[in-house]
Write a protein that binds this ligand. Structure first.
Ligand code: CA
Length: 224
């Protein structure tokens, strides 16, 4: 397992690097946002731990740039204590989790383990939501008895929703998943995609609910 830590505080970076190396991870550190982004794009890391306040390119910009280029590397963002906007912004940009400074080292270790476990479980295994079976990264899905090859946009949307079935997925997160070659989709494009997916899913008792101002949620008829 190979991790990248982007943290401009050299002492903290060293402490984190040593701690995670002791846990058996291979750890690289970067103190500059631009270098961190380049490293994350060039090397297949299993996880990035990204401080939001970085010189060069900010942590938020790193996450956006990664997702815009289709990178699915799990990202744990590190934020200062009372910056709720930063946390929400980080998750909306496509980060997977956040941890607030100052944090306990055992908590960091636990978050890292959880994210790696989730990524590992998703890499090869199937997601099941009611009659739907989906493998992350593979647009061929099973719905009831039917096997369907979904168009890229519908698949990206369904994948994002299925990974968090029963929980709301923000519109911004969906937009980041539907972004192709750097251009985010329009609101209309997202709505069309949702509409098409609903038409496929509803006969099978799966619903894509709209939560106005928040996003969308995938649920089975049994949840509704
Ligand atoms: Ca910093």
């Amino acid at each position: 397992m190979r991790l990248l830590i982007a943290e401009d505080d050299a002492d903290l970076r060293q402490v984190l690097t040593e701690l995670l190396a002791q846990s058996g991870y291979e750890v690289d550190g970067r103190g500059n946002g631009r270098e961190a982004l380049e490293a994350l794009l060039a090397t297949p890391y299993d996880l990035g731990i990204i401080d939001l306040g970085l010189p060069g390119v900010s942590g938020l910009e790193i996450v956006r740039a990664l997702r815009a280029r289709g990178s699915t590397v799990p990202i744990l963002i590190v934020t200062a204590r009372d910056s709720l906007n930063d946390r929400v912004g980080g998750l909306d940009a496509g980060a997977d989790d956040y941890i607030v400074k100052p944090f306990d080292l055992p908590e960091l270790r636990a978050r890292v383990r959880a994210l790696l476990r989730r990524q590992h479980a998703m890499a090869g295994s199937e997601l099941r939501v009611g009659p739907l079976t989906l493998r992350p990264g593979e647009p061929r899905i099973t719905l009831g008895d039917a096997t369907i090859d979904l168009p890229a946009g519908e698949f990206a949307l369904l994948e994002a929703l299925a990974m968090r079935a029963g929980h709301v997925v923000s519109r911004a997160h969906i937009a980041s998943r539907l972004t192709r070659s750097g251009d985010p989709p329009s609101d209309t494009a997202i709505e069309i995609c949702v509409h098409r997916l609903r038409r496929r899913l509803e006969p099978h008792g799966l619903k894509v609910r709209t939560l106005r101002g928040f996003g969308y949620l995938l649920e089975t008829a049994a949840d509704a």
